[in-house]
Design a protein around this ligand. Structure first.
Ligand SMILES: [Zn+2]
Length: 320
């Protein structure tokens, strides 16, 4: 047993010492835990399996100790990778339902909101509503087209409606941003990645309404905080068009019969592609699997890819 005096032990008390350790120290002596005296030698060749159900006693000598990595964890066998993927798929399917319900909150109609701000008159609003009733379409578009309202006022009105900022294309790089999210999500959810600020904040633009659920999915995938905002119609369509025209390999779209079949398929992909990073997140009715491949740098894992060879995207739907 080793005792050290109070002065000498001060520097030796590990910062993560528990309250009990701290009390022992305060009462006079501190017994250094054995682990502190003989810190375990960390080797990079051996990794612990990430599956909580792991019962493997011997790892195949042919299996890499570094790959595949799924959600920051290594699986020691196909069976353990499957267990990890099954848990992730269940989590995403269950979690996605809550967020889609939370989105349908009542918002003040745009016309009333703009009237309240004094940006349009009662007559303009009534006229635009009448035209909309006849021809359909969006009230904001009619206010601009038929009533001479500035498009900027409509965008500001929408941003008030959604309590979000108005974003611009400043700093937007189509080539870099096209790698952030598969084109399918730009087309279906209308989200356009705009720029990354300070390597921790991703600005995402929408045209007319925010999609909090899709933004949250993207946030989880990218490991970046996502700030959503609205972009003026004209600027938005330019950005969207330049994103969609980028030469990026499209995501592979597949249909799985059910959650178990999906987990099995994802496991097969991980075992075949041996990624150094992989993640699955739900984007509404889709499950998006992204792999970071051999060439991806450690820094880009889970963040913005540097080029299209860094990543591989799969988009799954479950059932019909
Ligand atoms: Zn295992």
């Amino acid at each position: 047993m080793l005792f050290v005096n109070r002065r000498a032990s001060l520097a030796a008390v590990p910062p993560q010492a528990s309250m009990a350790d701290a009390l022992t120290w305060a009462t006079g002596t501190y017994e250094l835990p054995q682990a502190a005296l003989n810190p375990p030698v960390v080797t990079t060749t051996k990794r612990l399996c990430g599956s909580v159900l792991c019962t493997t006693s011997r790892i195949s000598p042919f299996r890499s100790r570094k790959r595949p990595i799924f959600e920051e964890q290594w699986g020691c066998s196909g069976r353990c990778v499957l267990a990890m993927v099954q848990a992730a798929v269940r989590r995403e399917i269950a979690g996605g339902l809550e967020t889609s319900v939370a989105q349908h909150r009542h918002r003040l109609p745009l016309g009333l909101l703009m009237l309240g701000q004094g940006w349009i008159t009662q007559a303009q609003l009534q006229y635009a509503l009448a035209v909309q009733k006849l021809h359909g379409g969006r009230i904001g578009d009619w206010l601009v087209a038929e009533c001479g309202v500035a498009p900027e006022h409509v965008t500001r009105g929408l941003s008030l409606q959604w309590s979000c900022p108005v974003l611009t294309a400043r700093g937007f790089s189509p080539a870099a941003m096209a790698l952030i999210v598969p084109k399918l999500f730009v087309e279906e959810f209308g989200l356009v990645p705009l720029r990354i600020a300070g390597s921790q904040l991703l600005y995402v633009g929408f045209e007319e309404r925010l999609d909090a659920s899709a933004a949250r999915g993207l946030e989880q995938m990218m490991n970046l905080k996502v700030e959503s905002g609205l972009v003026g119609t004209l600027e938005y369509s330019t950005i969207r068009q330049s994103l969609l025209s980028q030469l990026v390999a499209p995501a592979k779209c597949e249909v799985a019969a059910d959650a178990d079949a999906l987990a099995a398929r994802i496991t097969a992909i991980l075992e075949q592609k041996q990624p150094i990073g992989a993640k699955v997140v739900r984007m509404h009715r889709y499950l998006w699997l992204r792999l970071w491949l051999e060439k991806a740098s450690r820094a880009s894992r889970g963040a913005a890819p540097r080029d299209h060879e860094d990543i591989l995207d799969y988009i799954f739907t479950v059932g019909r």
